[in-house]
Write a protein that binds this ligand. Structure first.
Ligand SMILES: Cc1cc2nc3c(=O)[nH]c(=O)nc-3n(C[C@H](O)[C@H](O)[C@H](O)COP(=O)(O)O)c2cc1C
Length: 340
């Protein structure tokens, strides 16, 4: 199977909403929720994608002729690329019932581990989703990151017990999920947390904690105050609030404010290895790619994940070489044309 065949397969296997487009840019699915689209007029997902494309990079080819090193370390774990597959929940609802969340995470987690990267898993109102995700992560020696929703105290305690059993190297919470239409007024209850409540949650989790859904310097400072080790600059792909800025637009200020104290991941419309390079240049330590991994699993299961990962990683390596960069840590704003 090649990459295009994987996409063709996904077109016949995904439900009515995802078109498995050649480039996943938020246009064909627009405001389609249920579906992989975005909230309201749907333009935050489109803006995420387009903001990366507006940035231009500087070629610098008078250099040593050697393959750049794309490796990255995350809480002591060696990864082939600074790329994670993103958490996606309710795949049957949004992408079609060929898979449910349990089977989806099982395929994704082990395929990412085999591809030399790691997957975040999503969460849902069905408790079996987190149980199965944690089992899949445990099976891969802890190579994966469960993402819990901002539930009430009792539910979180149950979920964290599962997370600890998975021996995952970290745990994440999509704090922005408070804005998800599907979660409003559901049981168990989920919603926003204060800095004090979050500090308590992080203590209870007992693992390096990742807060996903930070879009301002103020939010980043609050996450740091609460004790998070990592933040994900993310607007949930436009699914929780309409008419947000793109993640690429807010990342530089957030990286300047807290980048020396915490690790920063970013997601939203990152679709090729050049985008990955730009995200690192703006101050991220690594990136998350979400929707394209769903397409890869629907279109090619583990092989699809391998194809997508090698496509992204190969493009990153190529960009590093063409920009005269030999290691991930050397990527900086120096290599961006517009920001100099
Ligand atoms: C159908 C769908 C379900 C999602 N479910 C979750 C989830 O359960 N937890 C979470 O943290 N993010 C979830 N996300 C958000 C993604 O992890 C990611 O932040 C967002 O899609 C932006 O990345 P992308 O543009 O690469 O897709 C979901 C996104 C989609 C499209």
């Amino acid at each position: 199977m090649n990459y295009n065949e994987m996409l063709e397969n996904a077109r016949t296997r995904s439900g009515p909403y995802c078109k498995a487009c050649l480039v996943c840019n938020g246009r064909a699915c627009g405001s389609q929720m249920p579906g992989p689209g975005a909230k309201g007029c749907g333009d935050t997902a489109i803006r995420n994608f387009e903001a990366w494309k507006k940035l231009r990079i500087n070629m610098d080819t008078l250099n040593v002729n050697a393959a750049p090193d794309t490796s990255f370390r995350f809480f002591g774990h060696a990864m082939k690329y600074p790329i994670f597959a993103g958490p996606v929940g309710a795949v049957n609802l949004h992408y079609g019932d060929m898979l449910d969340d349990m089977r989806y995470n099982e395929i994704l987690v082990s395929a990412c581990a085999d591809a030399g990267i790691a997957a975040f898993t999503g969460d849902g109102t069905n408790p079996e989703v987190m149980r199965a995700a944690c089992r899949a992560i445990a099976y891969c020696g802890g190579n994966g990151i469960p993402t819990v929703k901002p539930w009430d105290e009792e539910t979180l305690r149950e979920k964290f017990a599962l997370v600890r059993d998975s021996s995952s190297f970290a745990v994440a919470m999509d704090i922005d999920a408070a804005g998800l239409p599907f979660l409003a007024d559901r049981n168990p209850p989920a919603g926003s947390k204060t800095v004090g409540e979050m500090a308590e949650i992080i203590r209870e989790a007992g693992k390096p904690f990742i807060i996903k859904g930070i879009m301002t310097v103020r939010g980043a400072h609050k996450a740091k105050e609460a004790g998070a080790s990592v933040i994900v600059v993310s607007n949930h792909g436009g699914r929780v609030l309409d008419q947000c800025p793109a993640t690429a637009e807010v990342l530089p200020a957030i990286a300047d404010a807290v980048g020396k104290d915490m690790m920063i991941l970013v997601d939203g419309g990152i679709r090729d290895g050049v985008d990955v390079f730009k995200a690192l240049a703006l101050g991220a330590d690594a990136v998350i790619v979400a929707r394209p991994y769903v397409t890869a699993v629907y279109g090619g299961a583990a092989e699809g994940v391998q194809l997508l990962t090698e496509k992204l990683g190969g493009e990153l390596r190529d960009t590093m070489k063409m920009c005269g960069v030999s290691r991930i840590e050397e990527i900086s704003r120096e290599q961006l044309f517009e920001l100099r």
